[in-house]
Design a protein around this ligand. Structure first.
Ligand code: CP
Length: 305
């Protein structure tokens, strides 16, 4: 499938169901054989205007396993953005130096804007509370790998469903596969109505809860999220909700044997460390899967596979 060649990835909705499956299938191949020097001679820009550990380093790892080179920055503090340079001028400049740009930016919609002005493809590595499509693809990869299929799963999403961009992308993608959604959050952090409308339009069901134990026997996937303190306009509101959902090992007892706990990470305190040794904990493998999925994306968008 070479329809992905040269195309930016800004939102998971930019990809059809078939294109998503194609990337996941390619990622499986990279998991079997990670060191393929198909990016020899390519330069990839990694522009992170917002902090990151997994997304930035797994992308850079993906490029280097494939034999390519990375330029870029992990903070805009050392760039001419601090002198007032615009995003457009930054993108136009960096596109002179590289074949593809990976960008994380705190402003919703910035990735779409960058894709409209850039002569080279843009991969959105997270724009504000809006979208995180590459995280979505690695989440899908992890769900398929642990459940055997993406079809008709019951997924529970817990915590910050308002500001958590990963859950927004994941709902949109799983709507293509007939999922049933179980949302657990405080009133102030409920899933936005635009996302719930998306589910209804797909003819699917969602249910809302405030008690995490209500979904424990039902869920195939328990998708924990961090309360995104940095996105709250009022720090007092964050204080009220920051400790509401803390998953402890004993709470997993009523869950299905095949259920797996996912979390995009970083975690703060929403999963206690005693969960880490439970075979149902899958979040560190999930982060590892990010390298294979990002290798697949780079190969597809650069037209190398
Ligand atoms: N999941 C994720 O986006 O992690 P980072 O913020 O560390 O990249």
């Amino acid at each position: 499938m070479n329809e992905l060649k040269g195309r930016s990835l800004v939102s998971i909705t930019d990809y059809t169901k078939e294109e998503i499956i194609h990337i996941l299938d390619m990622a499986e191949e990279f998991e079997k054989n990670q060191r393929q020097k198909i990016l020899d001679g390519y330069v990839i820009s990694s522009l992170f205007f917002e902090p990151s550990t997994r997304t930035r380093l797994s992308f850079e790892s993906a490029v280097q396993y494939l034999g390519g080179s990375v330029i870029g920055f992990a903070s805009a503090d050392t760039t001419s953005v601090r002198k007032g340079e615009s995003l457009k001028d930054t993108i136009l400049t960096v596109s002179n130096y590289s074949d593809l740009i990976i960008m994380r930016n705190p402003i919703d919609g910035s990735a779409r804007y960058a894709s409209e002005v850039s002569p080279v493809p843009i991969i959105n590595a997270g724009d504000g509370a809006n979208q995180h499509p590459t995280q979505c693809l690695l989440d899908l990869y992890s769900i398929r790998k642990t459940q055997g299929s993406l079809d008709n799963i019951h997924i529970a999403m817990i915590g910050d469903l308002k500001y958590g961009r990963t859950v927004h992308s994941l709902v949109q993608a799983l709507s293509l596969f007939g999922a049933t959604f179980h949302f657990v959050s405080p009133e102030s952090l409920k899933m936005p109505s635009s996302v719930k409308t998306w589910i209804k339009k797909a003819g699917l069901e969602y249910h809302q809860y405030t008690d995490i134990m209500d979904i424990m026997p039902i869920a195939d996937i328990l998708y924990m999220t961090r309360i995104q303190g940095e996105r709250f306009p009022d720090p007092l509101e964050y204080e009220k909700v920051k400790n509401l959902y803390i998953l402890e090992n004993s709470m997993l007892a009523p869950s299905k044997e095949t259920m797996r706990v996912l979390h995009p990470l970083p975690r703060v305190n929403e999963i206690t460390e005693d969960v880490d040794d439970n075979p149902k904990a899958y979040y560190f493998q999930q982060a590892k899967n990010g390298v294979y999925v990002r290798q697949a994306l780079l190969a597809a968008i650069l037209g190398l596979k």
